[in-house]
Design a protein around this ligand. Structure first.
Ligand code: NI
Length: 172
């Protein structure tokens, strides 16, 4: 297991459509393990492969400890059904440091994905897990949570995040 450096905005890898995984190899399983370790270390509740500079359709999530504390590793996840009912939850992103915004999304979704054993599985996601899985699958399509809010809020969040990153890098 190893930590992988997290990629921040405005890196173009975050805006690329990630490629489907063709075969579940030991390399894929190792990457998912490393992504999970990186997510827990951050700490965060979800991480998509483009956020560690790998443009492939892989995500990890763990919405614990309060809600659904379980590590999920998903290969080629796809939303196959969305509720009409919506929910508004506060979201953040490890690639957009220290910024959050309220995002409105379907309240529950059904997700189809490939497990680390290479079998197809379906999962009904509700509550925080529903927001999280939609946020992570968005990453695989080059979409960030700031794309779901007003332009005014988006510009403000991007400005603040970039300032945060400059301070972390010591060039401010
Ligand atoms: Ni994110």
């Amino acid at each position: 297991m190893a930590l992988i450096p997290i990629i921040f905005i405005p890196d173009p890898v975050l805006r690329r459509v990630a490629a489907p995984v063709r075969e579940v190899t030991d390399g894929v399983r190792q990457l998912l393990d490393d992504m999970a370790e990186t997510m827990y270390d951050a700490p965060g509740i979800g991480l998509a492969a483009p956020q560690v500079n790998v443009s492939e359709r892989l995500i990890v999530m763990d919405c614990g400890p309060d809600e659904a504390p379980e590590l999920h590793k998903m290969i080629n996840p796809e939303i196959v059904a969305r509720s009409d009912e919506t929910a508004i939850l506060e979201e953040g992103c490890l690639s957009i440091p220290k910024q959050t915004a309220e995002v409105k999304r379907p309240a529950h979704v059904d997700v189809r994905y490939i497990t680390i054993d290479g079998t197809e599985q379906m999962m009904r996601c509700e509550g925080l897990l529903a927001a999280c899985v939609q946020h992570e699958i968005d990453h695989l399509d080059g979409v960030l949570f700031i794309d779901h809010i007003s332009r005014l809020k988006r510009d403000m969040i991007v400005r603040r995040a970039l300032k945060e990153l400059r301070q972390v890098n010591g060039d401010d």
